[in-house]
Design a protein around this ligand. Structure first.
Ligand SMILES: NC(=O)c1ccc[n+]([C@@H]2O[C@H](COP(=O)([O-])OP(=O)(O)OC[C@H]3O[C@@H](n4cnc5c(N)ncnc54)[C@H](O)[C@@H]3O)[C@@H](O)[C@H]2O)c1
Length: 349
């Protein structure tokens, strides 16, 4: 016998972001039809998690420390045990409250717990609102490799209240917008120009500018993800800045945040591909990052092309020994080039 069966995707993912939308969460979660909910919450935003837990009548509010260090398989295993002990079932929805490390970890847990349960993401950082909570990638780091274990699975609901950002310190607040700059740099010239206009207001944390930048991020990311959920083609473009960025993050061993590394990676990748990226384009990107308040200069102790190449060449994105990266040959117009040791050395020459 030789039969073929198709299972057309039927996933719908709702994204609701705005000031004061926390009040809509109970109705939005009810609409998912889950039996009950468990909230997994970063203790840094415990007040929000506890409030959400109470409003949803959650079975439990489980603390999960945020930060890359905790995005691990053993933490996932511990949470799975806690879900079991609090009586969660196949009908339990998981609600993740926190930044990108929490949405990645809890997103993966919701994919594998009892072979998959409904997932609600409540992103509390600009980075998670602009990127991590969108698009369905989740996972944990393993054996020193970022996101080595994970899967693609869209959240049923992303609900982000921009008021939750109030407690986020300035540096991580601003770094979240690097993800919007990155997308516009390779995908959308008009939005890049709009970000240049918004930059001083983003720096000053003005609510209308913040909402507009997040809306741009959602529009650009979801347009790409809808056409290429499994990252076979266009979705790779969203990795601009991440080839050198991830290598820097690994070399920095916890001393730099993800957003800082992507900002540095974005500019370093443009410099590395100086044969493709005009200097004026690189300068415009560096100037926009600076106007938002995110430095893009790699610290001297990390300017080590050999150590960075050792890491970049082990990245998940490597295909048959080739290390692809996407750079803008004009603002809003990306092109795939190959990172080589020579190019990497040029980034820091
Ligand atoms: N899945 C994806 O598509 C995707 C995309 C981009 C990044 N990511 C992942 O996202 C992670 C980085 O995201 P992040 O910067 O949001 O990380 P994070 O979750 O580690 O949060 C950063 C820090 O901010 C704290 N925090 C969170 N919300 C806060 C608030 N409102 N007030 C005060 N402090 C708060 C956290 O405790 C943590 O210390 C990385 O693990 C990265 O790999 C995933």
């Amino acid at each position: 016998m030789d039969l073929r069966f198709s299972f057309p995707a039927t996933t719908t993912s709702r994204v609701r972001i705005g000031a004061g939308v926390e009040a809509e969460l109970p109705a939005a979660v009810r609409a998912l039809g889950a039996d009950d909910v468990v909230v997994c919450c970063d203790p840094a935003v415990a007040a929000i998690g506890n409030r959400i837990g109470a409003a949803l009548g959650a079975r439990a509010v489980l603390p999960v420390a945020g930060g890359e260090d905790h995005k691990r398989l053993d933490v996932l295993g511990r949470l799975a045990g806690e879900l079991l002990r609090c009586g969660a079932s196949r009908g339990t929805a998981l609600v993740a409250v926190g930044g990108g490390s929490i949405s990645d970890l809890v997103g993966f847990l919701a994919s594998v717990w009892m072979r998959g349960v409904p997932l609600v993401l409540c992103p509390t950082t600009t980075l998670a609102l602009c990127d991590a909570a969108l698009g369905g990638k989740n996972g944990v780091d393993h054996d020193g490799i970022k996101n080595l274990l994970g899967c693609t699975r869209q959240p049923d609901l992303v609900l982000g209240d921009t008021d939750w950002l109030e407690t986020l310190p300035d540096a991580p607040f601003r770094e979240g917008f690097v993800e919007v700059v990155k997308k516009a740099a390779v995908l959308d010239r008009a939005r890049f120009a709009e970000l240049e206009r918004l930059a001083p207001y983003l720096f000053a944390r003005r609510a209308p500018a913040v909402a507009e930048a997040i809306a741009m991020a959602v529009a650009m990311k979801m347009a790409v993800v809808l056409g290429d959920e499994r990252e076979r083609d266009r979705r790779r473009w969203l990795n601009a800045g991440h080839t050198i960025g991830h290598a820097l993050e690994s070399l920095a061993a916890g001393t730099l945040r993800h957003g800082q590394c992507v900002a540095m990676g974005l500019v370093a990748e443009c410099r590395a591909a100086a044969d493709v990226v005009p200097a004026a384009v690189t300068q415009r990107i560096a100037a926009l990052l600076q106007a938002i308040g995110v430095p893009s200069t790699v610290p001297a102790e990390l300017r080590d092309p050999t150590a960075l190449w050792a890491r970049a060449s082990k990245d998940k994105k490597v295909q048959q020994g080739r290390v692809p990266m996407v750079v803008p040959h004009a603002i809003g117009d990306g092109v795939v080039v190959e990172l080589t040791p020579e190019r990497l050395a040029r980034a820091f020459a």
